[in-house]
Design a protein around this ligand. Sequence first.
Ligand SMILES: [Zn+2]
Length: 168
Amino acid sequence: MTVPEPRASAPESTDPDWSEEPTPVCPEDLSEGTWELLRAEAKRAMTKAYVPYSNFPVGAAGLVDDGRIVGGCNIENASFGVTLCAECSLLSELFMTGGGRLVAFDCVDGEGNTLVPCGRCRQLLFEHGGNDLVLNMPSGRAPMSVVLPEAFGPDHLAGAPSGHEAKH
Ligand SMILES: [Zn+2]
């Protein structure tokens, strides 16, 4: 089973098996089938990568709590330091398609092998998935609380004293 292509490549509407909507996925059901869908999307996204300098394409896919699957690829730049990781474009798609919380995440290299998110991207993913986001890592599936333990996040800012009300 594959994740549908964007609408721009939609076949004739006479195809009874085709739907404009993404394949529905139950976020509570992190079955092998769900992980296969994520892997398929990560591999598809990887083929879109812009990597003329490193030739190291990366694809990422995330399951959203409403069942959507969003993807992203890395996008390099001649000014190397501003290169975008695949997780960056994944989060752009997350917000451009309605937002929500990430519940599962997968990432692949150019060979389709499982890849770890870099340190910065663990922080990016934590913001939108929290400690319960399940990541497919080379060593196995693990929650974000293991992948990025004791993470700094929105709760720290919410609990911080503000301005002159700061504790003495
Ligand atoms: Zn990264």
